[in-house]
Design a protein around this ligand. Structure first.
Ligand code: ATP
Ligand code: MG
Length: 267
């Protein structure tokens, strides 16, 4: 999974990352789905432990082009995980009140508490993506935000938050197919917005904006992973594996009971 990491300080080019990649995973989809199920069981256990221990906070950031699969990934990776300790925060076009504050105001409020996992479906990165591509603020405003984001994430990390950031990388052709599938299926029409077609015309600008995000904001305490996402099963496998490995490395323990439980007999 290391090959998908954006190493802090190293420059990547998105055009050199293959959205179709399945890494070293030779088993194909069938094996992939089995592996995801096993990882999902582990994730359920680890999440329970995280919640019981109540010490760590976990933040998972998901970013992607339209149809990139954020929703599908959340559904599959977190399938069956106790909803008590897991939250999804979706960031849409900011409200008037949100716009009247600094761009991190609405974000900070949604960060995980102790024992929680929070998944960001879109995030503060929109403020250097859609906002930059459409010029909603001047360049001298958005260009300072990379450093501001790094500082913000450092504050979270130094206060006990484990941060993982995933860019779901699809190809332009794959997006076309997925948009077409939404058009062809009446039960998917609700997901289709004409605005998505306008955004698609800006594909190149978005790729450039993503490249800057990945190169300027991947750090040891908040690394970016570029997840090849044309194949949904590989996308879910990569996210599951990185998440499970990261949680395992926290070396969590169930807390000791508050009282001495030895020799207790329940009548
Ligand atoms: P998604 O596309 O994430 O699956 P959705 O289709 O349900 O969600 P949309 O309204 O299409 O909902 O998505 C949210 C929209 O809000 C996106 O177009 C995104 O670019 C926009 N957005 C998010 N954050 C900001 C921001 N800070 N400034 C401007 N636009 C933003
Ligand atoms: Mg959308």
């Amino acid at each position: 999974m290391k090959k998908h990491l954006v190493e802090p300080g190293k420059k990547i080019k998105l055009s050199e990352r293959d959205p179709q990649d399945i890494g070293d995973f030779k088993g194909g989809k069938e094996e992939g789905l089995k592996a995801i199920s096993k990882l999902n069981e582990k994730l359920q256990e680890l999440q329970e432990l995280l919640y019981a221990e109540g010490r760590h906070k976990v933040l998972v950031v998901l970013q992607a082009m339209d149809t990139g699969g954020k929703d599908g990934a959340i559904r599959r990776v977190f399938d069956g995980v106790n909803p008590q300790g897991v939250k999804v925060a979706s960031f849409k076009v900011p409200t008037g009140e949100e716009l009247a504050h600094d761009f991190l105001w609405r974000i900070h409020k949604q960060t995980p508490a102790s024992g929680e996992i929070v998944i960001f479906n879109r995030s503060h990165y929109e403020d250097v993506l859609v906002v930059r591509v459409h010029g909603y603020v001047d360049k001298n405003v958005w260009s300072k935000r990379y450093e501001q984001i790094n500082a913000f994430e450092r504050i979270l990390a130094e206060n006990g938050t484990t941060i993982l950031k995933f860019f779901l990388h699809i190809s332009k052709d794959e997006q076309k197919e997925r948009l077409q599938a939404r058009l062809d299926d009446p039960t998917k029409h609700w997901k289709f917005s004409l605005g998505d077609l306008d955004e698609r015309k800006l594909w190149g600008d978005y790729q450039a904006a993503y490249e800057d995000v990945l190169n300027k904001t991947s750090s040891t305490h908040a690394p970016w992973y570029i997840v090849p996402a044309n194949r949904k099963w590989y996308r879910d496998l990569v996210i599951s594996k990185i998440l499970v490995e990261t949680l395992e490395n926290l070396n969590m323990k169930y807390p000791e009971p508050k009282d001495d439980l030895s020799g207790i007999v329940i009548e």
